[in-house]
Design a protein around this ligand. Structure first.
Ligand code: PAF
Length: 283
């Protein structure tokens, strides 16, 4: 596996593949790779001739009081895991390589309000603009045929799909189901911030989603009451709940009684760690 830090070398490598008519699948990450990321890479290998993974902790998508500095950076271990999977190329740019003119006066991509002023976007202002700005930039550099994202970050997935549609970027976006620990906790690099006691309690998030899913499947229709009940239960276990919501899968709009493809989403803090998860529900 080649590890490349410069845009120039990345472009040369990809040009070479393209001249040989090879297709490219791309997995953008912020590193600290767990099985969820590795599933994306495994899947990427099945949909294209070449696989590029990027590791870039993108400062643009972190708020001032968020964990940019603390975010785990584990290049050595990540590279070893990618090597085992026979990844073709790891793109590992420094901040100055991607944003040579700084970040305050940068050309950015702006997510439509309908998608970003709700759920995580509401409590993390600027986050999704930062995500799509870097993903667009990476797409310009890698020019992949396909790009793979985890469905744990469902709002991110929709925001990226929408960007690709609105900007007519010729890349197919593939969503890959969430990978879970044995107790149901969705895999996330942030899980390692949890102390052992918090880690035990964290599986309640998935149990809460499952309970709501069962209630919906049993025909309960008062979505506001279901969410309110779930919030109280999580609060009883000392979660600081950001939201529990039942939305329409296709666009995260408030669902009506005619909607059949739903998604249940949760975001909550355990101690200082913010966790998110979701569960699809087909009525
Ligand atoms: O999901 C992530 O790891 C990041 O938000 C992404 C898509 C790599 C953009 O920095």
């Amino acid at each position: 596996m080649k590890i490349i830090e410069s845009i120039e070398k990345l472009r040369a490598e990809i040009r070479n593949w393209r001249e040989n008519r090879q297709t490219v699948a791309f997995v953008p990450t912020m590193g600290n790779l767990h099985d969820g990321h590795l599933q994306l890479v495994e899947r990427a290998k099945t949909v294209a001739d070449r696989v590029v993974v990027s590791i870039f902790v993108n400062p643009l998508q972190f708020g001032v009081n968020e964990d940019f500095n603390q975010y785990p950076r584990t290049l050595q271990q990540d590279a070893e895991k990618l090597e085992v999977l026979q990844t073709d190329l790891l793109f590992y740019p420094q901040v100055a390589e991607l944003y040579p003119r700084g970040m305050t006066d940068l050309t950015k991509v702006i997510v439509p309000n309908s998608l970003k002023e709700t759920l995580c976007g509401r409590s993390r202002p600027g986050h999704f603009d930062g995500v799509v700005t870097v993903v667009n930039l990476l797409f310009q550099l890698v020019q992949p045929d396909k790009a793979l994202f985890g469905l744990k970050d469902f709002q991110q997935f929709l925001v990226i799909q929408r960007m690709v549609a609105d900007l007519h970027i010729p890349v197919e976006i593939i969503g890959v189901p969430t990978v879970r620990e044995t107790d149901g906790l969705a895999m996330s690099s942030r899980n390692q911030y949890l102390n052992p006691e918090e880690r035990q309690r964290a599986s309640l998030l998935f149990q809460t989603l499952q309970t709501i899913q069962q209630q919906l499947l049993q025909g309960k229709t008062d979505t506001i009451a279901l969410c309110a009940q779930a919030i109280v239960q999580l609060q009883q276990h000392d979660f600081k709940v950001d939201y529990v919501a039942i939305r329409r899968q296709q666009d995260l709009a408030t669902c009506t009684s005619t909607d059949k493809s739903l998604i249940i989403l949760v975001a909550a803090r355990l101690g200082t760690t913010r966790l998110i998860d979701n569960l699809l529900c087909q009525l």
